[in-house]
Write a protein that binds this ligand. Structure first.
Ligand SMILES: Cc1cc2nc3c(=O)[nH]c(=O)nc-3n(C[C@H](O)[C@H](O)[C@H](O)COP(=O)(O)OP(=O)(O)OC[C@H]3O[C@@H](n4cnc5c(N)ncnc54)[C@H](O)[C@@H]3O)c2cc1C
Length: 136
């Protein structure tokens, strides 16, 4: 059980790290506005991951994991408050889902007769700026 949780922790940590690097890369290359979905994703993913990993560590330490002899209790409290600071998870997830739906708008092959490639947010915004009926 503990080995499995250590392995899962490594996977979760690296997933969050790569998601964060991707968001940072997008912020640098296409700007914060286009990268807003990726930014919102890391605001949800990283604190959730930290809470989960610290929770598993507390479990391994048993009752000791909950007292002040170890830093785990305060580490959990810090990770937990990040699920509220800068907006609750629910608000970020709402934004991610709305942007995700927007990326798929108008890509139904039954309507377009073409492929169902998902648009990037930049493409969505370019189409929006061009006005209705301007998508080729
Ligand atoms: C440590 C810490 C640091 C902070 N730093 C800052 C700061 O620097 N600057 C700043 O401006 N604010 C800061 N905040 C405030 C933080 O942004 C708010 O606590 C957060 O937005 C939640 O607002 P609220 O506490 O009023 O709770 P509420 O808005 O009452 O939300 C309570 C719960 O209701 C649900 N909820 C609320 N809105 C929605 C929604 N739209 N959709 C679905 N569910 C929803 C969520 O489950 C949420 O957790 C900080 C908070 C903390 C804890």
């Amino acid at each position: 059980m503990t080995l499995e949780r250590i392995a899962k922790s490594r996977i979760l940590i690296d997933q969050s790290r790569l998601l964060t690097l991707n968001a940072a890369w997008m912020m640098d290359t296409v700007g914060n506005k286009v990268a807003r979905s990726e930014i919102a994703m890391i605001k949800v993913a990283a604190p959730e991951m930290a809470c989960q990993v610290i929770d598993w560590a507390m479990q391994v330490f048993g009752g000791g994991g909950t007292n002040n002899d170890y830093f785990l209790g305060s580490a959990y409290a810090t990770a937990r408050l990040l699920r509220l600071a800068d907006g609750p998870d629910e608000v970020h997830r709402n934004q991610i889902a709305r942007l995700e739906l927007r990326r798929h708008r108008g890509t139904d092959p039954a309507q377009t007769g073409g492929g169902a490639a998902v648009l990037t947010l930049r493409e969505v915004e370019e189409i929006g700026a061009a006005g209705p009926g301007r998508r080729s």
